[in-house]
Design a protein around this ligand. Structure first.
Ligand code: NAI
Ligand code: OAA
Length: 330
């Protein structure tokens, strides 16, 4: 039996993500939580003739507790999205508190659940969740994931003409680092099967993966950021976590984790100088079984990208940790 919970289920990402989870044969129970509209979204989805039994909750009447109790996997797309001209870090002011409070709920009502954080800025919201879990004495680094799958999905899509896959999702193109601008590092040299990108196209392709989010923010012109591609990516990652938890072997996905708490992660943490980092992770019954180091043998260009990523990540991580350790005055 798998119970999945979506926190922020009525939003632009929350609704299509809930649809995909409701339609998935891997999910037996689905609970939707948001500060608005969950009764309607749950009623609508409940007419779909799939396995999952669906319920919707609002904050009143212990809604968060009821949604989270018994959860195996919790996905968090709660929080505000960007508008043109904003960086993901500009979302910190509002989303940091939202993620902190939802993480407190998870610590209390579903401390053993896999927690998948989508809310931006991921580079800071994942450290926030980790600090909340630590303070509550329930932190298991193998069970906390920042969802960076959309960066991988974009890399697969944007390089299709070089990878040559009819179905671009069949390419393996690792993207490491974090989830904002220069902290996003596509490692094209580590793609498998390998392919060559012409030198005059390289910078533009890296830039497109790093700033793919901005492309959507601009096109939506004030109406938000990526929602449908994110729902696809979030579902892909959630599905991978669920399949691995059920014993399926060989599932590897890049995700933003607390490296010192995952087997193999210490080495990557030493090499990069950061504790939180997105790297390919082998998933298993208990979550992140092994962090895979693919940083050896990267190209000189990729080394430079990694340096810039780490410099940005350090501040983002510190900001998240500080937010919980030394909360700003109310
Ligand atoms: N990790 C990634 O790759 C990506 C992350 N994002 C991020 O995901 C977040 C959500 O984006 P959208 O769905 O487009 O935004 P949205 O505004 O459409 O939806 C957010 C939902 O969160 C709900 N919410 C707000 N406070 C809440 C709380 N305390 N508890 C529960 N629900 C709450 C809102 O009522 C709303 O329904 C944003 O922070 C965005 O930047 C977006 C795309 C990609
Ligand atoms: O760009 C944004 O703000 C949303 C996001 O994280 C993405 O699309 O990668």
């Amino acid at each position: 039996m798998v119970k999945a919970v979506v926190l922020g289920a009525s939003g632009g990402i929350g609704q299509p993500l809930s649809l995909l989870l409701k339609a998935s044969p891997l999910v037996d129970e689905l609970a939707l939580y948001d500060v608005v509209n969950t009764p309607g979204v749950a009623a609508d989805l409940s007419h779909i003739s799939s396995v999952a039994k669906i319920t919707g909750f609002l904050p009143a009447d212990d809604g968060l507790k009821k949604a989270l109790t018994g959860a195996d996997i919790v996905v968090i797309p709660a929080g505000i999205p960007r508008k043109p001209g904003m960086t993901r870090d500009d979302l910190f002011k509002i989303n940091a508190g939202i993620v902190r409070d939802l993480a407190k709920g998870i610590a209390e009502f579903a401390p053993k659940a896999f927690t998948l954080v989508i809310s931006n800025p991921v580079n800071s919201t994942v450290p926030i969740a980790a600090e909340v879990f630590k303070a509550a004495g329930v932190f298991d680094p193998k069970r906390l994931f920042g969802v960076t799958t959309l960066d991988v999905v974009r890399a697969e899509t944007f390089t299709q003409e070089f990878s040559g896959h009819k179905d671009p999702s069949q390419a393996t193109i690792p993207v490491v680092g974090g989830h904002s601008g220069e902290t996003i590092v596509p490692l094209f040299s580590k793609a498998s099967p390998s392919f060559q990108i012409p030198a005059d196209r390289y910078d533009a392709l890296v830039n497109r993966v790093q700033f793919g989010g901005d492309e959507v923010v601009k096109a939506k012109d004030g109406a938000g950021s990526a929602t449908l591609s994110m729902a696809y990516a979030g579902f892909r990652f959630a599905e991978a976590v669920i399949k691995a938890s059920k014993g399926e072997k060989g599932i590897i996905e890049p995700t933003f984790v607390f490296l010192p708490g995952v087997a193999g992660g210490e080495e990557i943490s030493k090499a990069t100088g950061v504790e939180f980092f997105s790297t390919p992770v082998e998933l298993g019954p208990h979550g992140a079984e092994k962090a895979i180091n693919i940083l050896d043998g990267v190209t000189e260009q990729e080394k430079k990208l990694l340096e810039a990523a780490v410099a940005g990540l350090k501040g983002n991580i510190e900001k998240g940790v500080e937010f919980v350790k030394n909360p700003p005055p109310k």
